[in-house]
Design a protein around this ligand. Structure first.
Ligand SMILES: [Zn+2]
Length: 258
């Protein structure tokens, strides 16, 4: 029997409007292969295309998790529900989403909801389970719509994902983990204030001291500044290995043990 592994595949690394609408970078979210459990996180525009191109099979998904309803995170959620359920012919899968993605100006069509085994509403301090994987949504982020980040726990690893948010005082303290993934949209702090910038990501990394940190969800200013060079600089400055995600990058969490 093959040993179980935990692997994150980045189906996109684009963040915010311009990089997404011009597809300078892909925007398909992330595919989590956690042991026997497959989870899709934030299926933005192109998620279906990016997944099938990489031979990832939506009918194998146990769940789709939505951090918030902005289009760059949710654009493909309906088609992914259709793909997961084989066009609604097989009732399966769970969608996890904040309540405003379901109720107020919803991004998930009503007619698709009955295709799913269940829909679970994310709340602050929530904890959830998908097979032997659990995750928590420790705190509501500061963002124009209801938004959560995640701490995932598999039988082998713990990793956190800080999704879109404005920086706030004790943000970092909620996201311990061996691996930290951070959505870093902006190169410099400043308006629009509802996204993290590189210096803010650095102070989060310095505070949390994960074994490895991965930057993703790049806006135009980050993209122009070459994220991989910025990550190299952060590695030197913090002493913690920092990686800039690339479209299609597969990160095997076994690397944390090296
Ligand atoms: Zn957003």
């Amino acid at each position: 029997m093959a040993e179980l592994s935990d692997v994150i595949t980045f189906l996109g690394t684009a963040g915010a409007r311009f990089v997404v609408t011009r597809q300078f970078l892909a925007s398909g979210g992330a595919w989590l292969n956690l042991g026997d459990t497959q989870i899709l996180l934030d299926p933005g525009p192109g998620s279906l295309v990016q997944a099938t191109k990489r031979k990832l099979d939506p009918t194998k998904l146990a769940a789709i998790i939505l951090s918030h309803k902005h289009l760059d995170h949710s654009g493909d959620i309906n088609i992914m529900i259709e793909a997961l359920t084989d066009g609604g012919t097989k009732k399966r899968g769970t969608v996890f989403a904040p309540s405003d993605a379901l109720n107020q100006d919803p991004v998930i069509f009503s007619y698709l909801r009955s295709y799913l085994q269940s829909i679970q509403v994310l709340t602050e301090s929530g904890s959830y389970a998908i097979n032997d994987v659990s995750f928590r949504t420790p705190i509501r982020h500061i963002h124009p719509v209801e938004t959560y980040g995640f701490i995932f726990q598999t039988p082998r690893h713990t990793f956190s994902w800080i999704t879109d948010t404005r920086y706030f005082e004790d943000l970092a303290s909620h996201y311990e983990g061996d691996l930290l993934v951070i959505n870093v949209v902006r190169l410099k702090p400043g308006a629009p204030l509802d996204h993290l910038s590189l210096p803010e990501a650095r102070s989060i990394i310095e505070e949390l001291k994960p074994r490895i940190a991965i930057l993703t969800h790049f806006g135009m200013t980050m993209w122009r500044a070459r994220p991989w060079e910025l990550a190299g600089k952060l590695t030197e400055e913090t002493g913690i290995p920092v990686i800039a995600a690339r479209d299609g990058m597969r990160f095997d969490l076994a690397r944390l043990e090296r």
